[in-house]
Design a protein around this ligand. Sequence first.
Ligand code: FES
Length: 362
Amino acid sequence: MRRPLSLPRLRTVAVATGAALLARRALRRRVRKSPLWPLPALEEPISGRSERRSTTGRRLLIAERTSLADGVVRLRLEGPDLPAWEPGAHLDLVLPSGLVRQYSLCGDPADTGAYTVAARLVEDGRGGSREVHTALHEGMEVEVHGPRNRFPLSAAPAHILIAGGIGITPILPMARLLAAGGADWRLLYGGRSRATMPFLEEIEKLGADGGRVTVVPQDEAGHPDIAAALAEAPEGTAVHCCGPQPLMDAVAAALPPGCVLRLERFSAAATDPAGSAPFEVELRRSGRTVPVAADQSVLAAVRAELPHVSYSCEQGFCGTCQQRVLEGEVEHRDELLTDQEREGSMLICVSRCRGGKLVLDL
Ligand code: FES
């Protein structure tokens, strides 16, 4: 028996639907032939939309640090008068080294005294998760920005949630909300093994009524059957997915017509600037011009002159490095910015110049 879930932001559905369809189209171009997703070690989930980090930061107390699963720690960050958030939102954490990393909020939105995030240690990652695991301890303060939400729960007559590994973090608050609202929902949750999958106990309890949850540890059951999970999705179903790229590709490929797909990214396809032409970037406000070598990103060249310039993912999907372009033709290499955003800005970690020179508002 399906029952529409009433959400306060129904008016955003049309926008969300359009964005999801665009994302789906982009992903289809990159779908792999095999739907297998080997669940590689992952960094934290990061929203697939752009927004410069412009909010004023606040310092929160790390009140609790808990081991949730093998290689996964949960941090409870306490502070006064915390802004409200909804499922799908994330925080920017400014780590002691200055690295900025995004972590999905996985606690209870009704808990206005704290934010909760979880991070998986990625041994061969880019350093953010290692720093969370080794340098953030109970009793310390950490600077945060946000929350921001680029992965909101869409209103729909039915929902399918799909999570891979630590991708469960934005999905869990959605499942809680849908379960509490009596919605028609299902969750497919895959991971390398039960020991590495956080929140298993809570998730299995949430789905105890009506078999709504399917847990697929890879070492016991192999890869989740994405096609089967989506095969019976009725028209209008909203599919929210967070996990590794191969999982999202498989979901996009199997999405039935009439369903809406919403994605939360871990990473983007790496962009290799090798073979690109060199050019110059004028930093108009700073009165400097820097050369960008063929095998160098604009970000690297700019930071050599202006080390304070913000960045995070360096792969063109978090939006932290977005800068205004005053002159020049940009070769956009991200899949994040809208056409409108591309008219006056670029992501300097991946995008380049089509001519000999760009002028940035820096
Ligand atoms: S888009 Fe993330 S640093 Fe450039």
